[in-house]
Design a protein around this ligand. Structure first.
Ligand code: SF4
Length: 345
């Protein structure tokens, strides 16, 4: 199924995130892990959020579910799901909304599965908490359906989590997360620690599940190749901010932000051999961000204004936004100043 057949361009967004801020209180002051992030998703749309470790991706995933825990706190903004702000819901509304309307496929499925319960009981528990009137027979039929949907044999339901492989555990987590047909699925690095073959299978399963449900997906990850294969739209995060967002094909062919350019250049070529380009330097500490653009110490394009003025996320085409002082003066990213790049053999 293509993006055009999956997404109705006239549909209203199902998820609207506006000016979301999440801070971690530290002895050195607040670490702004998510800073003024805004985006929206239509039903059926796949958004990939990418960035290095510490860019705020996982903090974003937990904030979308309102699962932020101390010392983290949501410092502002809204997360509207079908018009209702998750951040303002009562605890009861929130319990009803999670899983039924928005569900999380967590990073590292083992930590989300109960090690002392058989898988079928975990799926039944999750469903019964929201639909208490279902009979045992109906619940068991639903378990069979869910396991089949994620490509597991129904007999796997009798097993405990430690009896499953990594890929099976991740499918089991998907079976639970999609058991009530949520409208939005947040998948936080669902393939981390899996080998490449299993990664591909898990992503295909996620795609099939999503297509069947017509749900929107926020896929969090650090692997540009994996994100590019799955997503319709890609959002690039750096030091807690969204620095570029746009259609995946455009982003891979013509990245706008210098950081996106380096992420794309770090992908190995399939048809032709090319030198792998590393991203120089390290992400900045969130409690002590550089003045101006947070990326300026690592940016091969940085100029004087970048060291004093923070770039705002600006709309540069109807579907693309970028936070960089090179725009709108430039139409596209100029040729790279090669001398500042580090090449790996
Ligand atoms: Fe680089 Fe300046 Fe753009 Fe930041 S604003 S990405 S430092 S060119």
């Amino acid at each position: 199924m293509t993006a055009t057949s999956r997404i109705d361009p006239t549909a209203a967004p199902i998820l609207v995130v506006e000016e979301l801020n999440v801070h971690y209180d530290t002895s050195s002051g607040p670490a702004k892990a998510v800073s003024d992030v805004s985006f929206s998703l239509k039903p059926g749309e796949r958004l990939g959020l990418i960035g290095e470790s510490g860019s705020g991706k996982t903090t974003m995933a937990t904030a979308l579910m309102r699962l932020t825990r101390a010392p983290g706190r949501i410092a502002g903004g809204s997360v509207r799901l079908d018009g209702r702000d998750i951040l303002k819901m009562s605890d009861k509304e929130l319990r009803e909304t999670r899983l039924r309307d928005i569900a999380l496929i967590p990073q590292g499925a083992m930590s989300s599965l109960n090690p002392v319960m058989r898988l079928e009981e975990q799926i039944i528990d999750a469903i019964a908490a929201h639909v208490p009137r279902m009979t045992r027979q109906e619940l068991e039929a639903k378990v069979t359906l869910q396991l089949t949907r994620v490509g597991l044999d129904p007999s796997v339901g009798r097993r405990y989590p430690h009896e499953l492989s990594g890929g099976m555990k991740q499918r089991a987590a998907m079976a639970i997360a999609t058991s009530l047909s949520p409208k939005v699925i947040v998948a936080d690095e669902p393939t981390s620690a899996l080998d490449v073959v299993v990664q591909r299978q898990v992503m295909q399963t996620l795609g099939r599940l999503q297509d069947g449900l017509g749900a929107a997906v926020v896929l969090i990850g650090h692997d540009m190749g994996l994100i590019a294969q799955f997503a319709d739209t890609v959002g690039v995060m750096y030091a807690g901010k969204l620095v570029e967002i746009g259609p995946v094909a455009q982003m891979i062919e013509h990245p706008r932000h210098p950081y996106t350019r380096l992420l794309v250049d770090s992908l190995p070529g399939i048809d032709q051999k090319k030198p792998l380009v590393g991203i120089p330097g390290l992400p900045p500490p969130l409690v002590n961000l550089p003045a101006g653009c947070s990326f300026n110490p690592r940016c091969p394009y940085a100029f004087e204004r970048c060291r004093t003025e923070t770039p705002l996320l600006q709309q540069i085409t109807p579907l693309e936004r970028v936070a960089c002082h090179l725009y709108p003066e430039h139409q596209s990213l100029p040729p790279r100043p090669a001398a500042k790049l580090e090449a790996r053999p």
